[in-house]
Design a protein around this ligand. Structure first.
Ligand SMILES: Cc1cc2nc3c(=O)[nH]c(=O)nc-3n(C[C@H](O)[C@H](O)[C@H](O)COP(=O)(O)O)c2cc1C
Length: 189
């Protein structure tokens, strides 16, 4: 299967990256075609609300998102991994999500969904936050759900870990890494 993963954390070796690496382990072991997009180091502009995609569903800006649009179209599985920043997805993640307005126009204005391959389309959302508040899951997940449905991903599973703040602290969580490995396996079942 074609699997794409977005890492929305700017912190190299941070909790989001560690969690994502664990999800990808069983998928690599099974020989899937995997592409990881480290959003913090990619060069693309935020959505300009220029209306350039309204009539066609195609964004008129040619930057690193061009590669992401193509990858989303072809993906059987999409993994969105983000730290919680101010109760939401990180800016790096949100900028990518906003640029998917082009898919929104295609789906909701032009009434065309991205066709699924023989394996269907599924998503996995990974969220890590430092605070105790469960509320962060609800707000961040609402945005992520909008992203998945806009990209014609009809279902997704969410793994959310709160009170995980220091770099690498996810490794001390009693279940997170094992949960992530198992979620990776479930994603392609
Ligand atoms: C700008 C910024 C905003 C944050 N806002 C929140 C927040 O609203 N809720 C929360 O639970 N954690 C918040 N955190 C903490 C991070 O989510 C936490 O440290 C997380 O483990 C970072 O993941 P990473 O190591 O993958 O970057 C914030 C951190 C930063 C830097």
């Amino acid at each position: 299967m074609k699997i794409i993963a977005f890492n929305g954390s700017p912190r190299s070796g941070g909790n989001t990256e560690l969690l994502l690496a664990e999800v990808l382990k069983p998928l690599r072991e099974a020989g899937h075609d995997i592409a990881v997009f480290n959003l913090n180091s990619m060069n693309f502009i935020p959505c300009q609300d220029c209306g350039g995609c309204v009539a066609s569903g195609i964004c008129i800006h040619d930057d690193a998102m061009t590669r992401i649009y193509a990858a989303i179209r072809e993906a059987d599985r999409i993994i969105l991994a983000s730290p919680i920043f101010f109760y939401s997805l990180s800016a790096q993640t949100k900028a990518m999500v906003d640029r998917c307005q082009a898919f929104w126009c295609e789906k909701y204005l032009l009434q065309k969904t991205i066709p699924a391959g023989p394996h269907g389309r599924k998503g996995l959302l990974l969220l890590v936050g430092g605070m105790k508040k469960e509320e962060c899951r609800i707000t961040a997940e609402a945005t992520a759900k909008g992203f998945f449905r806009t990209c014609s991903v009809p279902e997704h599973e969410t793994l959310f870990y709160k009170e995980v703040d220091a770099k690498g602290a996810i490794q001390k969580h009693p279940t997170a890494l094992k949960d992530a490995y198992e979620a990776g396996k479930r994603l392609v079942k």
